[in-house]
Design a binder for this molecule. Sequence first.
Ligand code: ATP
Ligand code: MG
Ligand code: MG
Length: 354
Amino acid sequence: GSTIGILGGGQLGRMLAMAAARLGYSCIVLEKDGCPTRDVCVDHIDAAYDDPDALAALAERADVVTYEFENVPIATVERLTRDVPVYPPAMALSCSQDRLAEKRFINETGIGTAPFLPVDGDRDIAEALKRFGGKGVLKTRRMGYDGKGQRVFDGQGPADTTGIFEAMGGVPLIMEGFIDFACEISIIATRSQSGEIALYDPARNDHAEGILRRSTVPSGAASSVEDKARNAARKIVEALDYVGVLGIEFFVTANDELLVNEIAPRVHNSGHWTEAACGISQFEQHVRAIAGLPLGSTARHSDCVMENLIGDEIAGLPKIAEKANAVLHHYGKRQARPGRKMGHVTYLSPRTKP
Ligand code: ATP
Ligand code: MG
Ligand code: MG
């Protein structure tokens, strides 16, 4: 096929479209008012994800369809799948849309997560906190990103949980035990249609207020921990019969235990460094996988630190450009808002370890 349909027109869709163009594919993006992809040379269908005419048009025009965020309605993917292949598979999407299903799946695959309990009311919150020693993270089961829809219990506050369930929106929640992690790492895994698997080196991730700030490669984690992460990544993409790029976030504990935090069935912010420090980026890798091409090398030619430019920080881009080792990426969003990801920069340095 030569036309790729993309559900979602944010920066991830834009970067996918740019990589696809370089491989000779044209893209058609379905997004209502999709902003960043408007700047690059792609076709658009300006409609909601559940618009039946828009889906019929997309299925007609695209040879394969993918998505750039995990909250695309399952019904949309199922509708499209009747007429056109959609990757990653719907099962990976539905699993990652619900934190409860996601954690159960990860545990069934034999990989650890934070302990968790479903929460459907204030009573459950109190019960869960009792179970987790007063320290936990309460999250909406669905639709959360960048730490939105979360509430941390640090064991210091009052034990009265009255009204919290309603304050969180009255939607199904999950309480996770608080993990006092030593660091967070992630792996960007790709699986092709023929079952080939390619893994980039793990990155160490630093968050502030729930938003990724920085990814550093090499991660600095023990090589035994990195190997465990690679093995977990292989198991997960196999178990999902996955096709495409999957981002997997891990907690590393003080005694080098590895727990999966969450998975994202798409290209991932903690993999943006690959466009600067590798010959083949996560975006190209994803396009190769969904288009049925062989995967490329994940070899890394440089060490690097990727920094997100959030909100007004984007104004610093000209100053950052003075640094000769800074690889710049501006998402083309017109309006900077607090907490909005506007771009990123990857600082390269010579590889320290072979
Ligand atoms: P993303 O933008 O990565 O999709 P999200 O909204 O899905 O974010 P999480 O990844 O669940 O949120 O959590 C955001 C961050 O909050 C984590 O990277 C970690 O730093 C912290 N955090 C989440 N869950 C826990 C936990 N159980 N224990 C300790 N810290 C946690
Ligand atoms: Mg998430
Ligand atoms: Mg996360």
